[in-house]
Write a protein that binds this ligand. Structure first.
Ligand SMILES: [Zn+2]
Length: 318
C-alpha cells in the first residue's frame, strides 16, 4: 500500500500514507499543519515544484527516497493548470483506487490543460467546484463532492469516436511538447505554441468560441487585462469546454475527421468560418502573432483558420 499509484501526485501519496499512519515521522495532523503554514507563507505547488519548501521538507520527514521523489516530479507537460484552478478528476479512477488503498488518489495528468479524457476508463473527466486545490486532501474532497453534488446526475457520456479523437490530439500535443523539451533548441516550438494559442482563443473567458458552447458560471473579473484574460481562459473553462477546444484543434490540424456533430460547428463549417467566428478579441497584436504562426506552419487547416480569424477586423490598425 506504500507504493504510489501510477502517475499519482506527491501530495496525494503523502496524505494517503499519513492518514493510515504509514509515515513514521509524519502524522496527518502535523502534515496538515505544515501545509497550512506553507500556504500562509506564500505561493507553492507541492506536486509540480520539487524545490518548494513544503515538498522538500516532507520528503525528509516521510523518509521518501530520492529515487521515488524524482519519480513523482519526472518531466511531463509544462502546461499545467495552476493549483487553485485545478478541479478535474475521473470518478471511476477513484472507485478503482479505494478498494486497493482505502483512499482516493490524485493523478498528475488531470492537471494538464489539454488532458480532458481518462485513458483508463475512456470517459470525459469531471469538474468539481473551484478552490478545491486549497486543501491538502484533494482526492477525498473531490470524491465527497461527486457523491454529494453530482450523484444521480447524468454523466457526460462521449462516443468511442470522440474519445479516440481527443486521445489522438492529446498524444500529438504531449509529443510535440516533449520534443521541444528534449531538443534543447533555442527556437520555440512554433507548432506547440500555435496549438496553445488556438486553445486559449477558443476558451477566451465568456465570449470565446468554446466558452459559449457549454454553460458554466461566468467569470467575475471583468477588468482583467486582455492577455491576462487570454491566459486564464483555459483554467476557468469547464472540462466540456476544454474538450471541445481539443476536438476543434484536432480538426484544424487534420488529426481527426470533420465529424460535424461531434465538433459543435453547425455555424462554422469550414476552417475559415471557424477562424472568423472565433475572433471575439479584435486585437491587432493577436493578428500579428497569428500571421507569424501562419508563415512557419504549412497545414492548410491552420492557414485557413488564421485567414478567417484575421479577416474579421482591419489588421493594419493599431
Ligand atoms: Zn479513470
Amino acid at each position: 500500500m506504500n507504493h504510489p499509484f501510477e502517475d499519482e501526485t506527491f501530495s496525494s501519496w503523502l496524505y494517503r500514507l499519513a492518514v493510515y499512519n504509514k509515515l513514521p515521522k509524519l502524522g496527518v495532523g502535523a502534515l496538515n499543519d505544515l501545509f497550512l503554514y506553507s500556504v500562509s507563507e506564500g505561493s507553492f505547488d507541492a506536486d509540480f515544484d520539487s524545490g518548494c519548501t513544503f515538498s522538500a521538507f516532507c520528503r525528509e520527514l516521510s523518509l521518501c527516497s530520492l529515487e521515488l521523489y524524482d519519480y513523482f516530479f519526472r518531466p511531463m507537460s509544462r502546461w499545467v493548470i495552476p493549483k487553485f484552478f485545478r478541479r478535474s478528476y475521473c470518478y471511476e479512477c477513484f472507485c478503482d483506487q479505494i478498494p486497493q488503498s482505502g483512499h482516493p488518489a490524485m493523478l498528475r495528468k488531470w492537471a494538464v490543460t489539454y488532458h480532458t479524457v481518462c485513458l483508463r476508463h475512456q470517459t470525459l473527466l469531471y469538474d468539481a467546484d473551484y478552490g478545491v486545490g486549497k486543501n491538502l486532501a484533494v482526492g477525498s474532497k473531490l470524491f465527497s463532492f461527486h457523491n454529494e453534488v453530482l450523484h444521480g446526475r447524468e454523466s457526460f457520456r462521449i462516443s468511442r469516436e470522440e474519445y479516440d479523437a481527443a486521445f489522438s490530439v492529446q498524444c500529438l500535443l504531449i509529443q510535440s511538447e516533449m520534443y521541444n523539451v528534449s531538443s534543447e533548441t533555442l527556437n520555440p516550438n512554433i507548432f506547440f505554441a500555435f496549438c496553445r494559442f488556438f486553445i486559449e482563443i477558443m476558451l477566451y473567458p465568456d465570449f470565446g468560441f468554446c466558452s459559449r458552447l457549454h454553460l458554466r458560471a461566468r467569470s467575475v473579473q471583468s477588468d482583467l487585462l486582455f492577455w491576462k484574460r487570454l491566459r486564464l481562459g483555459p483554467y476557468l473553462a469547464s472540462i466540456q469546454q476544454r474538450h471541445s477546444a481539443i476536438l476543434l484543434l484536432g480538426w484544424v490540424l487534420g488529426v481527426i475527421d470533420s465529424d460535424k456533430t461531434m465538433l459543435n460547428i453547425d455555424h462554422a463549417g469550414t476552417f475559415f468560418d471557424l477562424g472568423r467566428a472565433s475572433n471575439v478579441i479584435e486585437s491587432s497584436g493577436v493578428n500579428r502573432l497569428l500571421f507569424t504562426f501562419s508563415r512557419h506552419l504549412q497545414q492548410r487547416g491552420i492557414k485557413d483558420f488564421i485567414s478567417g480569424f484575421c479577416s474579421k477586423n482591419d489588421c493594419a490598425r493599431g
